[in-house]
Write a protein that binds this ligand. Structure first.
Ligand SMILES: *Cc1c(COP(=O)(O)O)cnc(C)c1O
Length: 378
């Protein structure tokens, strides 16, 4: 059966379509007024002073690392359970990611971070795994004590709250992605939020050829940089989506609550820990346990065969061939690795209906049971 319930997808309505059409019919397809409008609205939503919009989340990470002054030989401490871009964007700036192990949420463990610090550490880069904020106050304290920035990869967490503060206002720089599966979308897109004027300047230069404007026709290329701009029609979509962000998050939280209830009391699965109401629920990561914990591949295949688009987030970054060639070895972060072995991301997105969700829950039940019967994983 083909996949009819994906693990994530965008929510687009007529107001989004109209906003994009208006932008397309305006004088500006790029470098017009809609980008700063989107940046202002995003910064205001998050309670940050500045937002700098860029071409995608990966570009946003690279820009943040550049603005933080990463150079060859530097290190940054980050989480292994993330999309590879968190680490690889740092490689592009010449720095080496140091992977520290995770807590029960799959987020950076502050104690492991302390142990990973060296004189070359230039930043701490937590990832808000699945939309659940990392232990930001503790990580921020470690970064402060070292005089290095906390750069939060919040690509999963736009709309989440950390102890009453919106994500986007909790780190020196916060990175978002607007890929279609994320909290809001611009197709491709990303942004960095900061309160710091100097960092903002660095981010804006990195987005646009390292250029500083002068008088009349004059401009100076001050730094080696790229074109990482977002277009105006994308920014128009972003502003339109942002108006519905709270509704999207409320729907994701309602879905998470229903999964929690549906799976409560099952011996074979463990639901994601922590309160429902601070996470942005980018992912609903179910954990197989007990006699089911060795069955992940079989359960994954059975669900895919039933048309349910499950996924696995993530293969530990340093298991990838690139990182193996760079000398990272398996076993580096045992907690992340053992969590990886038993996780499965179930469909979660604002337009997922209760009927579809019921189908997913029944499919998980059927998949687990059929795997026991066939002796898979033994
Ligand atoms: C999506 C994502 C990125 C990259 O964002 P793109 O917009 O796809 O480039 C980086 N880090 C994490 C954790 C992500 O989920």
């Amino acid at each position: 059966m083909s996949i009819h319930i994906p693990y994530g997808r965008q929510t687009i309505d007529e107001s989004d379509a109209k906003a994009v059409l208006d932008a397309l019919r305006s004088d500006w397809l790029t470098q017009g007024p809609r980008v700063p409008e989107f940046e202002k609205a995003l910064a205001a939503y998050c309670g940050a002073r500045h937002a700098v919009a860029v071409a995608n989340g990966t570009a946003a990470l690279q820009a943040a690392y550049a603005a933080a002054g990463f150079k060859t030989g530097d290190e940054f401490v980050t989480a292994p359970l993330t999309f590879a871009a968190t680490a690889t964007a740092g490689l592009w700036q010449g720095a080496r990611p140091i992977f520290a192990d995770v807590d029960e949420n799959g987020n950076l463990d502050p104690e492991a971070v302390e142990k990973a610090l060296t004189p070359r550490t230039r930043a701490i880069v937590p990832v808000d795994f699945a939309g659940r904020p990392a232990q930001l106050p503790a990580l921020r304290a470690i970064a402060r004590a070292r005089g290095i920035p906390l750069i939060e990869d919040a690509c999963h967490a736009l709309g989440a709250d950390s102890q009453g503060r919106k994500i986007g206002s909790c780190a020196d720089m916060t990175v978002f992605s607007f890929h279609p599966v994320k909290s809001i979308t611009t197709g491709e897109g990303g942004a960095i939020l900061t309160d710091d004027d100097a960092l903002r300047g660095g981010l804006e230069r990195f987005r646009q050829h390292g250029i500083v404007r002068g008088e009349d026709w004059e401009y100076a290329v001050e730094e080696q940089a790229l074109n990482y701009r977002l277009t105006d029609f994308q920014a128009a979509l972003g502003s339109s989506q942002l108006r519905r962000l709270d509704d999207f998050i409320a729907r994701r939280r309602a879905i998470a609550r229903r999964y929690h209830e549906a799976f409560a009391g099952w011996e074979e699965v463990e639901t994601p820990p922590g309160p429902v109401d601070d996470s942005a629920w980018h992912l609903y990561v179910l954990r197989l346990r007990g006699r089911a914990s060795g069955l992940r591949r079989a359960v994954f295949r059975a669900l895919r065969n039933a048309g349910v688009g499950v996924q696995v987030h993530y293969i530990p970054v340093y298991w990838h061939p690139l990182y193996q060639r760079l000398g990272y070895r398996r076993g580096l972060c045992p907690k992340a690795e053992s969590l990886y072995e038993r996780i499965l991301s179930l469909p979660i997105y604002p337009t997922l209906t209760e009927a579809q969700q019921g189908e997913v829950v029944r499919a998980v039940r059927a998949a687990v049971e059929s795997c026991f019967k066939s002796g898979a994983g033994q």
